[in-house]
Design a protein around this ligand. Sequence first.
Ligand SMILES: [Zn+2]
Ligand SMILES: [Zn+2]
Length: 250
Amino acid sequence: MKVTIVGCSGSFPGPDSPASCYLLEAEGFRLLLDFGAGALGALQRHIGLYEVDAICLSHLHADHCLDMCAYHVARTYGPDAPYPRVPVYAPGDAPHRLAAAYGMPDEPGMETAFAFERLRPGTFEIGPFTVTAGLVNHPVEAYGFRVSYGGRSVAYSGDTGETAELVRLAEEADLLLCEASFVDQPDLPADLHLSGRQAAEHAAKARVGRLVLTHLVPWHDQARILDDASRGGYGGPIELARSGAVYELA
Ligand SMILES: [Zn+2]
Ligand SMILES: [Zn+2]
């Protein structure tokens, strides 16, 4: 499985990265985790505009799903339209919320371009991947994911505060893409986001092979986030996510 970080900027795009979007590839199948603001542009550095086979949306905050609007345009009005509908696994309110974001009526909404499947906690197959979705700790319905193929696994936190569910999803994963939105300090807001230290604590409990800190908010000093993570008790490799970074899990 090949994992490409398309976008890793937290909450809004930064100068060097779109908002959240990760491309997972195996057997020629291409799965996106999240499709945040600006991601459709950077995605085209890695695959063709029409080569997305499925999309999972962790939650419906704009920095995780807004480029669904842009991709709807591409698949509805492109030169060879209509294109096959892309399966989209998302919280149940996604068809309504994305139609509203676009400014279109709910019927047919984006169903002409996408086939929405309601996410629920559990394990299911998407193309060659085995995907486990689990509810994480954020103010809206939000999922973390574990995606496995060929005996290798990547876990993705989505947006979350501290939660045992993330440890469960990431258990002995080869790679954990974990949000680190906060600079670590006393009395962090609960049930919202993680600091680098908290991300590393989750990585240690889950005994993952590698920790990549992501959802990096542009107003923070990123060196500070990495330094915070070094104090989380995790002994494996830790690095900051970077748009364009590729991880081959084989
Ligand atoms: Zn976010
Ligand atoms: Zn969020």
